[in-house]
Write a protein that binds this ligand. Structure first.
Ligand code: GMT
Length: 372
């Protein structure tokens, strides 16, 4: 198949999933064309069958904000026509599904089919904003196919946006060879002495991730046992985390690693992963941690209970329960069960979310929509 993928290029779950999907599909012989305003952050090298088309962000003195939705629509239309795309797969409803719809109107043809994948905040946050609600609903309803990355998100979308079309649930997935506990690039001694435990958090440091809770949980853990916290990623809450770390005098124990390209070489160092989010459509970072053999402490929200299996691959808590998370963290890190939990976390990732099992579900869904 010839597949166009439209996504955000900046670090974030939807861009990560879109990129991994494109890499996987290209590896399975499909021709994949990425469209965005920059090269997506996980497409760092050359891949056979994979192309990138940069969308211009054209400005003009009359525009206070360049109309990216329009330039993206024009680019999708021209790429679809030139490369004869079968499918345009929009990741994150706003504005990608809208631009894909417009591109189809410009082309005035049956192909390409537009498939929209809903990821999380496009439904739970941004789309609910009154200025975006109607256009989000319209764009979802206008898609030829709709997928969501968890049962929770499919249900939420149907309820909140009164979507009457079927939504196919295809969960996030992971390359279990790349994300693995046994990575040659995993150099623990670079980050902590052998007697210290390593706690990790990865995100784009948006308020929805509750970064202060990460610091609060870690503060309680390190008061009871030698531990380090690796904070990976960057975003609006990073400065707040820095201020808390200084206030608590934790500068030696908390390492701010910023944006990292090869997170698989860091996750495999971990003894525990923290994801105390306010909301998660799925929680890709938790899955990548599990595949790396790291148990997860997360919140009981959104799609997280579909990924973090209570008592198996980690433990779930109410939002804001830093005491509960810290107590469980101390128990795991100081007890005998750490190795068993690590093995279980890895096993669940392999059994349920191996990309070798999930990619064919996208292929089958494309085929089904193409036949409609
Ligand atoms: O908020 C983020 O972390 C980024 C966001 C995005 O759309 O870029 O991630 C969402 O998509 C991921 C991939 O499907 C999901 O695993 C995340 O749970 C989801 N984030 C939220 O819902 C907050």
């Amino acid at each position: 198949m010839k597949i166009g993928i439209v996504c955000y290029p900046v670090p974030g779950g939807s861009g990560a999933v879109a990129s991994e999907l494109g890499i996987g599909l290209a590896g399975r012989g499909h021709e994949v064309h990425f469209l965005s305003y920059a090269r997506p952050f996980r497409l760092s090298r050359y891949y056979e069958n994979l192309f990138y088309h940069e969308v211009e962000v054209t400005n003009y003195p009359l525009f206070q904000h360049p109309p990216y939705t329009l330039t993206l629509a024009a680019k999708i239309a021209s790429v679809a026509e030139k490369w004869k795309l079968d499918v345009v797969h929009a990741h994150y409803a706003i504005p990608h599904a809208t631009s894909a719809f417009l591109a189809k109107q410009i082309l005035g043809t049956v192909l390409p089919k537009v498939i929209t994948t809903l990821h999380g905040t496009d439904i739970t946050l941004v789309g609910l904003n009154p200025s975006f609600f109607d256009v989000t609903r319209f764009s979802i309803m206008s898609s030829d196919g709709i997928t969501a990355i968890s049962n929770f998100l499919a249900r939420k979308t149907k309820e909140q946006f009164v979507i009457t079309k079927p939504i196919e649930v295809i969960p996030n997935f992971v390359d279990i060879n790349r994300f693995s506990p046994d990575k040659p690039g995993c150099q623990r001694d670079h980050f902590a002495p052998p007697d210290e435990k390593i706690v990790i958090h990865i995100s784009n440091f948006r308020p929805v991730k509750r970064i202060p809770d990460v610091v609060e949980v870690f503060r309680r853990i390190q008061a009871r046992l030698p531990a380090r916290l690796l904070l990976i990623g960057d975003g609006p809450e990073a400065a707040r985390a820095q201020a808390m770390v200084e206030q608590y005098k934790l500068e030696k124990q908390v390492l701010f690693l910023g944006q990292q390209e090869y997170v698989e070489n860091l996750l495999c160092l971990g003894d525990l992963f923290l994801l105390p989010s306010e909301q998660e459509g799925f929680g890709l970072a938790a899955l990548e941690a599990m595949a790396s053999g790291v148990p997860v402490l997360a919140t009981k929200v959104g799609g997280l209970p579909e990924v973090v299996i209570q008592g198996e691959s980690g433990f779930l808590f109410e939002v804001g329960d830093v005491e509960g998370m810290a107590a469980k963290g101390i128990e795991i890190l100081s007890g005998q069960d750490g190795a068993t939990l690590k093995a279980k976390a890895r096993r669940i990732a392999v059994e349920r979310f191996d990309w070798v099992k999930i990619l064919p579900r996208y292929e089958a869904y494309y085929e089904k929509v193409l036949k409609q």
